[in-house]
Design a protein around this ligand. Structure first.
Ligand SMILES: O=C(O)CCC(=O)C(=O)O
Ligand SMILES: [Fe+2]
Length: 306
């Protein structure tokens, strides 16, 4: 079993081939890596530096940006339904007002330049959103759909995308789990991490495939909404992160979750529908309420099966 790695620079010359490889990876794993993705290295590096700068602050300082209810700084508690893991995180909405306000709160702590964090986050999000749209465009092409069916959901002014910084400090705790098994609820996730390992992909039946960390690559993870919009043809990948057992180094993952405007109806486009619908139509707002009310590890999409 090997995680597919797709060279996006080949899409210029042979978009049909790259689209086909992406569709195959989405059907088989719901998970693949992309390289030569065009996100400049310095944008990723600056985001990583700013993240570590934040996580190095004292606990009471970080807690001023929390609790994550659901947004802001969180420590060990994941979500509001009792899940826990060996990590701390910062979960952010991606709209500019929210980023500006959070950045003020963060920079006030140490009298940092208030625009530093917001500029870094905005630059990063701009790049990963562009990358997410490139990938969604290639998926649509591979599925024979109009190119914009999925991308408009992320470019709409009301797009409900999130950005999450996960910090896994070295831990001697007995809890082996950093971030428990789950699928991401949105459309598409783009994750990059530093070189410390931890991420694992579920192969079903209790088997897990460790994902070799590659700071030059992005992991692309299919979310529940894309599984519903393809009527189950694409699978949302179940994954988890193990606690960081390195003795000295911290693990950092930076995760963009591309989500649609809350009132978007999620259903399979007629051109793609073969046979009958597996899922009843629902809005993203409905799906979020359901998600927040349940445990991380539940197969939340099953609730919307017909
Ligand atoms: O940190 C990781 O590698 C996984 C994090 C994750 O799955 C998430 O934030 O949804
Ligand atoms: Fe995830």
């Amino acid at each position: 079993m090997k995680i597919p790695t797709i060279d996006l620079s080949a899409a210029g010359k042979d978009p049909e081939l790259v689209s086909k490889l992406i569709v195959e990876a989405c059907e088989e794993y719901g998970f693949f890596k992309v390289i030569n993705h065009g996100v400049p290295h310095h944008i990723i590096k600056t985001m990583e530096d700013e993240s570590f700068h934040f996580f190095r602050k004292s606990l009471p300082e970080k807690q001023r940006v929390g609790p994550a209810n659901p947004f802001g700084y969180g420590n060990r508690k994941i979500g509001l339904s009792g899940d826990t893991g060996e990590l701390e995180y910062l979960l952010l909405q991606t709209n500019q007002n929210y980023i500006a306000n959070t950045s003020l709160l963060i920079s006030n702590i140490n009298d940092d330049d208030p625009s530093k964090f917001s500029n870094t986050v905005n630059d990063y999000i701009g790049e990963v959103r562009r990358l997410a749209c490139d990938i969604l465009g290639l998926m649509s092409k591979g599925l024979g759909l109009p190119l914009s069916v999925f991308t408009t959901l992320l470019t709409d002014t009301d797009t409900d995308s999130l950005f999450r910084l996960n910090h896994y400090p070295p831990t001697a705790s007995n809890n082996p789990i950093g971030f428990g098994e789950h699928s991401d609820p949105q459309i598409l996730t783009l994750l990059t991490s530093n070189h410390v390992p931890g991420l694992q992909l579920s192969l079903g039946n209790g088997h897990w495939l460790p994902v070799t960390p590659d700071p030059q690559a992005f992991c692309v993870i299919i979310g529940d909404l894309l599984q519903a919009m393809t009527n189950g043809r694409f699978v949302s990948a179940r994954h988890r992160a193990m606690a960081n057992t390195s003795s000295t180094e911290s693990r950092l993952s930076m995760v963009f979750f591309g989500g649609p405007p809350p009132q978007t109806t999620i259903t399979c486009p007629p051109q793609l529908l073969k046979g009958r619908n597996i899922y009843k139509p629902f809005t993203w707002a409905d799906y979020k309420s359901h998600t927040y009310a349940h445990r991380l590890g539940e197969t939340r999409l099953d609730h919307f099966k017909l």
